[in-house]
Design a protein around this ligand. Structure first.
Ligand SMILES: [Zn+2]
Length: 303
């Protein structure tokens, strides 16, 4: 839910929640993620807040209405996500979108499309898209997502309301009064322990990890720190520099052995499992799952 970003993305949250509550919704948004791993999830949470018939966000958290469930399963007809693994979005992608969004919403009052990696729109395609973004049918909202708006054509930017997310560094968490340094240090110790001892981590997961966690928010913090850790290792492998964890890596030989592919796989796993924290899963099992999945990635790395 959008409410989950109340603290971590407070500026973006206030702008958008205010717009929803006052019913002043733009017809196009560009969400700039600036390296924040939450980017697409944030866009989806915003779309959900716009589509959920339970309505205004601050009054009631909704994750249980039919629409929200369908959205979670990627099955809601009034929400379309456009993405591609190719270098550029294809004309077919946009043609399909235009066909699907050529009429008003059938269920509810709004119909939304999210274009993931909007920087994959080339100039020739942008021209087709511009009018569509600018003069949509009633109730249609575009959400474009990019990691950096400097990659987006000016003509597109000028038609969207730009929302920039914050990307936190480790020092942000360490300096914040909200999170204890002990908790953060223990999360780092846990992930360092995993990289040195692998599957054995499960045996010690209580004393290494769960004993320090008070609630789901602590687990969310842990997953954010773990994400940052692997992003930092990736940065180190690619550019030879750490942004956050230089003083925390206990064994460089292990880090050096990790392949870029396996680091990317771990990052994706953390993002995937982090989503489950909010869905009332058993958190002990979730951490076991994280360790086992990491180990599988590492096994493949060895062959
Ligand atoms: Zn709902």
């Amino acid at each position: 839910m959008l409410d989950d970003y109340k603290d971590t993305q407070n500026t973006a949250y206030s702008i958008l929640s205010n717009a929803i509550n006052k019913n002043r919704i733009s017809h196009a948004y560009l969400i700039e993620t600036l390296g924040s791993n939450d980017g697409f999830d944030f866009a989806l949470a915003f779309a959900k807040a716009l589509l959920c018939p339970e309505g205004k966000m601050n009054k009631k958290k909704c994750n249980n209405c039919n629409q929200c469930k369908l959205i979670d399963d990627n099955n809601y007809i009034e929400l379309e996500i456009v993405e591609t693994d190719d270098l550029w979005l294809k004309k077919e992608n946009i043609d399909k979108l235009q066909k699907d969004f050529n009429f008003k919403p059938i269920v509810g009052k709004r119909k939304i499309y999210i274009i993931k990696n909007a920087d994959k729109i080339r100039e020739s395609l942008a021209n087709t898209l511009l009018k569509f973004i600018e003069e949509p049918e009633e109730g249609i909202i575009a959400i474009l997502v990019t990691d950096n708006k400097s990659k987006i054509l000016e003509t597109i930017i000028s038609r969207c309301q730009v929302i920039s997310l914050k990307n936190y560094s480790l020092s942000f968490y360490l300096d914040s009064d909200k999170y204890s340094d002990d908790l953060i240090n223990n999360i780092i110790k846990f992930i360092n322990f995993y990289e040195q001892n692998k599957l054995e981590t499960i045996v010690f997961s209580n004393s290494l990890f769960h004993d320090y966690m008070k609630d789901r928010n602590d687990y969310l913090l842990a997953f954010n720190i773990i994400l940052m850790y692997y992003n930092d290792i990736l940065n180190y492998k690619l550019n030879g520099k750490f942004t956050n964890f230089e003083n925390y890596i206990e064994d460089y030989r292990i880090i050096n052995k990790l392949s870029i592919e396996s680091i990317l796989k771990k990052i994706n796993l953390v993002i995937k499992l982090k989503k489950k924290i909010l869905n009332n899963v058993n958190l002990n099992l979730l951490i076991d799952k994280l360790v086992i999945s990491f180990k599988k990635v590492d096994n493949n790395d060895l062959c």
